[in-house]
Design a protein. Structure first.
Ligand code: SF4
Length: 321
């Protein structure tokens, strides 16, 4: 269950806005280096930096760009010279990167950028900006690869969003490995079995529905159904995993220990789940206790489930949930 914490671990390739790794590519010749991404996530991810504005030939320093809504069409234009329109160049440069976009397991973009921002970028209608734009490069990336985990560096400061992004990156890696190793119904069924408790922690009804659909889909070619499954799984993983859903999953897992624990161990586990439910303890506490009990009382299904070990402990992502 435990993932490799050694220095020789395989790092997962992640696309990233160049300015976030410290490259001086911003309009003013500066950067926006993010130490959490480099120092902490960098222990598990390797980064493929890309600056779309530099790639279309804009140097540093350069005129800033803004998003404008022209009759319902969103365009990226010069801030001072709105007749300079960079929209099609930014779309084209994103299209030209598709060959390596398909090789990354996730992508971290710079917030607020009219090229790189993922959401809530200032979009001008007349002189009035509304925060409902998407950077042109990133919009193209997300349209081309709708199941790719994409996140902004600003949102990674939020413990829930951070955990969700990293978890989706690791799941994406496992999905790609499964496909590369030869997709068949047995592999897909096993993949679902190992991830279903994670899905239940996001939405139990939708997770169960997906399991039923998977079981009923065997009459069609697996290669046809797999993309449908992937899209639905990603949609479930994007739902906010509520504390109450985690409590349901923890209690479900506790049920597998019913015959194995004495009264005081049972009470300790129940208290730990209850204290998590009340917000008095983080999720890592009942999870650590459950891992401890399953080490002593192994269970093949729980051992193979990723719920108790969705990502490496060293990232400490469950400590803040
Ligand atoms: S936000 Fe994107 S376009 Fe702007 S400097 Fe960073 S990488 Fe380049």
């Amino acid at each position: 269950m435990k993932q490799d914490a050694g220095e020789n671990r395989e790092k997962l390739l992640i696309g990233i806005s160049s300015c976030l790794v410290g490259e001086k590519v911003r309009f003013d010749g500066g950067h926006k280096q993010n130490r959490y991404i480099l120092d902490t996530l960098g222990g598990y991810f390797s980064f493929r930096p890309f600056c779309p504005e530099m790639a279309i030939g804009l140097g540093v320093p350069r005129e800033t760009i803004r998003l404008v809504d022209r009759d319902g069409k969103v365009e990226a234009v010069g801030n001072k010279n709105p007749q300079r329109n960079f929209t099609s160049q930014l779309i084209d440069i994103a299209q030209q990167q598709a060959h390596w976009h398909r090789q990354v397991f996730g992508y971290i973009v710079k917030k607020d950028s009219p090229s790189c921002g993922m959401e809530r970028v200032r979009l001008y209608r007349g002189d009035l900006p509304k925060r409902d734009g998407i950077g042109v490069y990133t919009r193209t990336l997300m349209e081309n690869f709708p199941t790719l985990p994409v996140e902004e560096e600003g949102r990674l400061a939020d413990p829930v969003l951070r955990e969700s992004f990293v978890k989706r990156v690791f799941i994406n890696k496992r999905w790609q490995d499964m496909v590369a190793n030869g997709l068949d119904w047995a592999a897909l069924t096993d993949f679902h079995a190992r991830h279903k408790l994670i899905l239940y922690s996001h939405d139990q009804d939708l997770g169960r529905k997906l399991g039923r659909e998977l079981a009923a889909a065997h009459s069609q070619p697996v290669a046809e159904y797999a993309p449908v499954y992937l899209a639905q799984m990603v949609a479930i993983l994007r739902i906010f995993a509520k504390r109450s859903n985690h409590v349901n999953v923890l209690e479900h897992i506790r049920g597998y220990l019913k015959q194995d624990l004495d009264k005081s161990d049972k009470q300790e586990l129940t208290d730990s789940i209850e204290n998590y439910r009340l917000g008095l303890l983080p999720l890592i506490v009942p999870i650590t206790l459950l891992r401890h009990h399953f080490r002593r009382n192994p269970n093949a299904y729980i051992e193979r489930s990723y719920y108790l070990q969705p990502h490496p402990d060293e990232l400490m992502l469950l400590n803040s949930l």
